[in-house]
Write a protein that binds this ligand. Sequence first.
Ligand code: NAP
Length: 280
Amino acid sequence: MLHYALIGHPLGHSLSPQIHRRLFQLEGMEADYLLDDFPPQELEAHLPILRRYAAFNITIPYKTALLDRLAGISENARLYGSVNAVQVKDGRLYGDNTDCTGFLRTLESAGLALRGPVCVAGAGGVGRMFALEAARQGAQVTLAARASSLDKARQVAAEAREKLGAEIAVRPLETLAGPVGLLINATPAGMYPRVDAAPVPRAVVEEASAVFDCIYNPSQTLLLQWARELGKPAVGGMGMLVWQAAAAHELWHGTRFSHRVVGQLIQEMEAVLAEREAQG
Ligand code: NAP
């Protein structure tokens, strides 16, 4: 039996084992997927264990911490400075980024494109990736961050200029006003259990053409609820979570999952999450 894992700390109630086990089933593969939760001070001692997996996924805080332990890294992972999928070949680790593929396939499924004005709220790991990818695709990108992460946002804009020759406008989150185009939430504001929060006021959603919220718990955030009430296209983060896993299997085994199959899996996982929350 082949062993795969998600590494991170803390991992809590991750949905990854359920998602990946369903993907193995769909591929007809005999494999298991474990949660491997260890603190950062144990990373060095843990490397031999990582080298024994067939492949593994990475979440916080190792998406950047593992970069200099890899034998190779894809061009995307280098641009975003973040690795979330690692393949192990002869005990050597090769890193890639499928979070961005997950994001792009989710937009594609919803008929949304990274064109025209795009406003990303949040300049952490995911916000950085969304902003750089949108800039790479030629969108007019605004990166909006709260005061404590404005410097991070300016660094992203500098990187876009240097690596892509693209401009990203940086703004304090609380000053967003006027047409914002596609509004993307890359902050944890609105995530369970603080579901009554949103990264921006409703007035900003009124000015958006569509909304993508990377939060997947709850499946309908307050931000998405406002967008739907206003009749705007609105997409949640479960699609990105399931698509990034499907894209990892594509890298590892060459399996290409259809939009129909992944769409069903997204619904299944939303049901798993709803049941879990109902049970407390
Ligand atoms: P991160 O690196 O910690 O960045 C979070 C950013 O949001 C930071 O800029 C932070 O500002 C800002 N922020 C935090 N709370 C805020 C608030 N209440 N109002 C405004 N800004 C706030 O986290 P990340 O890895 O980018 O992840 C961001 C979100 O994406 C998380 O909710 C995570 O669950 C979600 N996510 C979803 C998927 C998916 O597949 N759907 C994948 C990855 C991540 P400071 O730096 O000033 O604190």
